[in-house]
Design a protein around this ligand. Structure first.
Ligand SMILES: Nc1nc2c(ncn2[C@@H]2O[C@H](COP(=O)(O)OP(=O)(O)OP(=O)(O)O)[C@@H](O)[C@H]2O)c(=O)[nH]1
Ligand SMILES: [Mg+2]
Length: 321
């Protein structure tokens, strides 16, 4: 795929202008009433102790969600606020289910909490250990409750995150990944058959940079999250993460914290071009697509995201697919 960088940047500037024109004028009286960008929202689901908090902290490069071993005693949806490069985030930690919690009555409460506490989700993570061999009854409950509380479409934004890849022997790694993915998809298919069929998975280990196959997992997780990200939030997400993924050009190429391969970079670029840029110029009005994030987009066209765009769109390597 050949991408015309100039044309895309021009397209982006046009979209930014359309959004800015659509915004209400910012007089001081009106300023407080102008729409406020909602935070980018990650929803973490899965049983307790699987590494949900550890993994979101790894992706965002900051200790946002507390980690550790403790026994959950209450069912409670917890929210963590965070700001990265001027973009607000909200991490919603659903109560880690575990077999010890009595089922009767609690599911209702859990369901109501998710429904009340979650408006729009940009990225849903279903987190489960790679070294588990079967799906526990509380995991089935978790999948059911998330599907019922948020609707089956929520799986469009979902990624299965397998943690504890370090606990799987290298010889069994590929099979574990395939088999565990199949099992989760089968369960999700009960509520969202279409989405389940293509539900992607990624293996991580919060004990080191590589999975047993020797590959770095952080760039793979990032790529997959971008590919599944709510299209409306993808641009602010990419812009806020640019310092984490774009190599520093100062002295040669300093390795970024999230070091995408040429192929992974190609997939991120494809998501951006197909789902954001072309989506906005061809689909409904850009204002509706980007909503109150017009300001972020304006900043992108005005300079803040240029490093990201130039880098993402620069080399047209063969690995695009
Ligand atoms: N070996 C190994 N340990 C991990 C991994 N991920 C997390 N842990 C450990 O597992 C424990 C629980 O991790 P958390 O990230 O707090 O798990 P959580 O899913 O957020 O747990 P709750 O908030 O209780 O639901 C911690 O002691 C982590 O250090 C992993 O990939 N491999
Ligand atoms: Mg946690």
């Amino acid at each position: 795929m050949k991408v015309d960088v100039e044309k895309l940047l021009a397209e982006l500037a046009k979209i930014a202008k359309a959004i800015q024109d659509a915004q209400p004028p910012k007089s001081s009286a009106e300023g407080s009433r102008s729409p406020k960008a909602r935070p980018l929202t990650f929803l973490l689901a899965g049983r307790t102790g699987t590494g949900k908090s550890s993994t979101i902290n790894s992706l965002l490069g900051s200790d946002i969600a507390p980690t550790g071993k403790y026994r959950p005693t209450t069912l409670e949806v917890k929210k963590y606020q965070y700001s990265h490069q001027g973009v607000a985030y909200e991490i919603i930690d659903t109560p880690g289910l575990c077999d010890d919690l009595p089922e009767a009555g609690n599911d209702e409460k859990y369901f109501a909490q998710i429904k009340a506490g979650v408006q729009e989700v940009d990225s849903l993570w279903y987190v489960t250990r790679l070294d588990d061999s079967r799906l526990s009854s509380d995991e089935r409950r978790g999948i059911k409750l998330v599907s019922k509380a948020l609707g089956s479409d929520i799986w469009k934004q979902a990624v299965i995150v397998f943690t504890y890849a370090d606990a799987v022997r290298p010889a069994e790694y590929a099979e574990a990944l395939t088999e565990r993915t199949k099992i989760i998809r089968e369960e999700v298919a009960k509520y969202a058959p279409t989405e389940a069929a293509t539900l992607p998975s990624v293996a991580v280990t919060n004990r080191g940079p590589t999975t047993p196959d020797g590959a770095e997992w952080l760039p793979e997780l990032f790529k997959m999250v971008v590919e599944r990200f709510n299209a409306a939030g993808m641009l602010p997400f990419l812009v806020s993460m640019q310092d984490d993924v774009v190599p520093k050009q100062t002295n040669g190429k300093a390795k970024p914290r999230i070091n995408l391969s040429g192929k992974q970079k190609g997939r991120v670029r494809k998501s951006l071009v197909d789902r954001v840029i072309q989506g906005a110029s061809m689909g409904a009005s850009a204002g509706r697509t980007f909503g109150p994030w017009g300001a972020v987009l304006g900043a992108v066209a005005g300079g803040a995201g240029v490093a990201l765009y130039n880098w993402l769109l620069e080399e047209q390597d063969e690995s695009d697919s």
